[in-house]
Design a protein around this ligand. Structure first.
Ligand SMILES: Nc1ncnc2c1ncn2[C@@H]1O[C@H](COP(=O)(O)OP(=O)(O)OP(=O)(O)O)[C@@H](O)[C@H]1O
Ligand SMILES: [Mg+2]
Length: 359
């Protein structure tokens, strides 16, 4: 029996070689099969032995070609993985600057508050010392007046009013910082190649947090998440990358149309639909002109200037969604109104592990 080749055509640009190989193999098989059929039909010379020999040759050839193709597909897969990782590292590097900025603001007011609390504490201690002193030195008639004066000097009313607020704000700030740091940690986690139960809502929340600096000057970003969305079998690190690419694209489109006027809006929505999870990322940017729509998923197609985009975002997004998750990604866009990218991911992939082990 011939081994059945299980080959998934990769979507990256270098898949051309593998496709040409596959085509050449198909042709060879067709020619040999035709020759065999002719011999069979004419019952011609050599009879059964020639038939057997040709069939054996055919089988060897198919096996060789299959092995060569499998090697090529493996190499292509590795190249594709490297590309995805390289883009991810680049994105993480870029986000790091924004995240540092986001963390800096709460850290600054936490620092200011701690200085204020230090002063307040000193005033309270001084006041207490004065009260103890007065208790030892003063007459009972004098005591109340001395304490009153000391309290005024320590501006104790102000301290009482401001300390709780400073503490509350600092606790909030620390929570904020740890939320951002946890999100950055989750986002930059390398992930690995094994699929795992993945909560898409959580990924989107994380991506929103780490990318805030990329959109906050041009848009608000609303999450409209379906809390009942079941986990999918997926690669969280790579899906984060997809969502980031789409959010950054949305922010760019909005910035081009509205600048920092405050009219920008990005809505990220999740829903369960049958046995699929749907993620939609909608923006009210300028839309995608008809003449370039068919090319936006092409590797290295970009309309952005150098330094703002390299045209890899959507090609990588499609490769991750379609090749790695068996999902779909489509776009709905109206020039002058905005764009919605819609991703459809299977909730579970029961055949996945079987297919993997057959390879
Ligand atoms: N939401 C959107 N609104 C309008 N145009 C978009 C949107 N998303 C993508 N495009 C168009 O599709 C092109 C390709 O997008 P893609 O994300 O692949 O590359 P890029 O954003 O240009 O660069 P990179 O993602 O590598 O930084 C963009 O240059 C832009 O013209
Ligand atoms: Mg992009």
């Amino acid at each position: 029996m011939n081994p059945t080749p299980s080959i998934h055509p990769p979507l990256m640009p270098s898949s051309g070689d593998a496709q040409r190989e596959l085509e050449a193999m198909r042709k060879t098989v067709a020619v040999l099969t035709e020759a065999l059929e002719q011999q069979q039909a004419s019952g011609s010379a050599g009879g059964a032995f020639a038939l057997f020999r040709q069939s054996a040759q055919l089988q060897t050839l198919v096996e060789e070609k299959t092995r060569a193709l499998a090697r090529m597909v493996e190499e292509l897969g590795a190249t594709q993985t490297q590309l995805v990782h390289a883009q991810k590292l680049e994105a993480v590097g870029q986000l790091a600057a924004g995240v540092a900025h986001e963390i800096n603001t709460p850290l600054q007011y936490i620092g200011d508050n701690l200085q204020f609390l230090d002063k307040a504490f000193n005033r309270i201690v001084t006041l207490l010392d004065r009260v103890v002193e007065a208790a030892e030195e003063c007459d009972p008639d004098e005591f109340a007046e001395v304490v009153q004066k000391a309290m005024k000097k320590a501006r104790i009313d102000f301290v009482r009013k401001r300390v709780p607020r400073a503490l509350e704000q600092s606790i909030e700030g620390v929570q904020n910082v740890s939320h951002i740091v946890a999100a950055m940690k989750a986002f930059s986690h390398p992930g690995g190649d094994e699929k795992q139960p993945t909560n898409l809502n959580r990924l989107l929340d994380t991506t929103r947090t780490v990318s805030r600096n990329e959109w906050k000057y041009v848009a608000e970003l609303l999450l409209d998440l379906d809390n009942g969305l079941p986990p999918i079998e997926g690669l969280p690190s790579e899906l984060n990358q997809v969502f980031l690419n789409l959010i950054v694209n949305a922010a760019h489109a909005i910035s081009d149309r509205h600048g920092t006027s405050g009219e920008g809006k990005i809505v990220v929505r999740t829903r369960a639909e049958g046995d699929h999870a749907i993620v939609e990322i909608r923006d009210n940017g300028g839309g995608i002109p008809e003449e370039i729509r068919s090319r936006i998923f092409d590797p290295f197609f970009t309309t952005k200037e150098v330094g703002r985009g390299t045209g890899q975002g959507l090609a990588i997004a499609r490769s991750i969604v379609v090749d790695k998750h068996g999902g779909e990604i489509e776009v709905d866009t109206v020039v002058g109104e905005g764009t919605t990218f819609r991703i459809k991911l299977p909730l579970s992939s029961p055949n996945e592990s079987a297919t993997e082990s057959e390879r």
